[in-house]
Design a protein around this ligand. Structure first.
Ligand code: BMA
Length: 367
């Protein structure tokens, strides 16, 4: 009996090592640890395709059950679905992009049930007033940290965030794993948590406070944390405000193509360069890298999928790239094709590539 107990204890201790998935949260649920291990496997197999808000609205529709611009063009859902929680902290019922949080919850459950992956961004409002983009102050980050004037407010915001995250459960009541991506593009200067708005120490403190609060105080154990700077020329600038290996699960980056077709080569080189130092670091740290946001607004290039983005990502071992949203209320603001869109045929060719993964092609990601 004693021997059996000893063996069981040893196996239990070895489990995280065998799974090669040491997560920020040592007590992450088994589905979350499995997802982490499988993201690493997928990174070496190919690249998964992701789209922001794919299943709640598209270029010309909103809330249609089962609808997706990506599926209407390519016949399959994205492998990765991005969702936005900005304004949830204010106690509102819908996001800053006018999506009901109740609808987001329903869709997240559907995605999980089909075996897809959910990632969440949070353009949290400025605690000193105004939205996430109100960045004319260096006091905001300080104000939410322990001892700050907005600490209690920020805790209330985190409580609301945690309540929503905790409500994401499958049919059996088990927590749905989420790739959480707070305080992104912080190396830029357009958010209140940006590089000109706080010191590296303050940013790191904000990150740690948030991560610890969600895991330890709120006891959420289904989160993997994505660190996601804006485009950075080298590892030194990328890691300048890095909260530490024990605070980050996934190395992300946001890089968009600006400037039309003549900017394609420059964009490809920029992405390849970043993914190179990121995947090297991910390998050394036993983490995984992703291109957490990308795209070209309005998709004005016919073969953008096979000739630009595929070229940019296919040489490197990243798990996925995610393109931004198709806003129904802003006709030119879309990043995935819809039927009849200029790049639709090329998107179908991209989908058919053997190392590109959409939702129905995924192996079991939570086992
Ligand atoms: C931006 C735009 C905005 C949106 C914001 C947060 O890139 O898409 O319209 O409100 O992201 O999702």
């Amino acid at each position: 009996m004693r021997l059996i107990v000893t063996i069981l204890i040893l196996l239990n201790l070895m489990d995280p090592l065998m799974a090669k998935s040491v997560t920020v949260d040592a007590n992450a649920t088994r589905e979350t640890k499995a997802l982490y291990a499988n993201l690493k496997k997928m990174a070496s197999k190919g690249v998964m395709f992701g789209h922001q808000d794919d299943a709640v609205y598209g270029h010309t529709w909103k809330y249609d059950a089962g609808a997706s611009d990506v599926k209407s063009v390519a016949g399959d859902y994205p492998a990765v679905f991005g969702w936005e929680l900005g304004n949830l902290e204010l106690g509102r019922v819908s996001s800053l992009d006018s999506v009901y949080f109740d609808s987001v919850r329903v869709r997240i459950k559907e995605v999980y049930k089909r075996g897809g992956i959910n990632t969440i961004s949070w353009h949290v409002n400025n605690p000193l007033g105004g939205n996430a983009w109100r960045c004319n102050t260096t006091e905001a980050v300080k104000s939410v940290l322990p001892g700050g004037t907005k600490q209690a407010l920020f805790r209330q915001w985190l409580d609301r965030l945690a309540t929503f995250l905790g409500s994401l459960k499958d049919d059996t009541g088990r927590a749905i794993p989420i790739l959480f991506r707070p305080f992104h593009e912080h190396t830029g200067d357009w958010f209140w948590w940006g590089a000109k708005q706080c010191t590296p120490q303050e940013y790191v403190a904000l990150w740690k406070y948030t991560v610890n609060y969600l895991i330890q105080t709120k006891k959420l154990h289904q989160l993997l944390f994505i660190y996601s700077p804006a485009s950075s020329p080298d590892a030194a600038s990328y890691f300048e405000r890095y909260p530490g290996d024990d605070m980050v699960d996934i190395l992300g980056i946001d890089i968009y193509q600006y400037g039309g077709e003549q900017a394609s080569n420059r964009f490809v080189a920029e992405v390849q360069n970043a993914l190179k130092y990121m995947t090297q670091a991910a390998k050394a740290k036993d983490k995984v890298a992703v291109l957490s946001e990308t795209g070209i607004e309005s998709l004005p290039i016919k073969n953008w999928w096979t000739e630009v983005i595929y070229k940019a990502v296919s040489e490197s071992d990243i798990a996925y790239f995610l393109v931004w949203r198709n806003a129904p209320d802003k006709p030119g603001h879309f990043y995935a094709p819809y039927p009849g869109q200029l790049s639709a045929d090329d998107f179908i060719r991209f989908k058919a590539m053997k190392d590109v993964y959409f939702e129905s092609q995924l192996p079991l990601m939570y086992k």
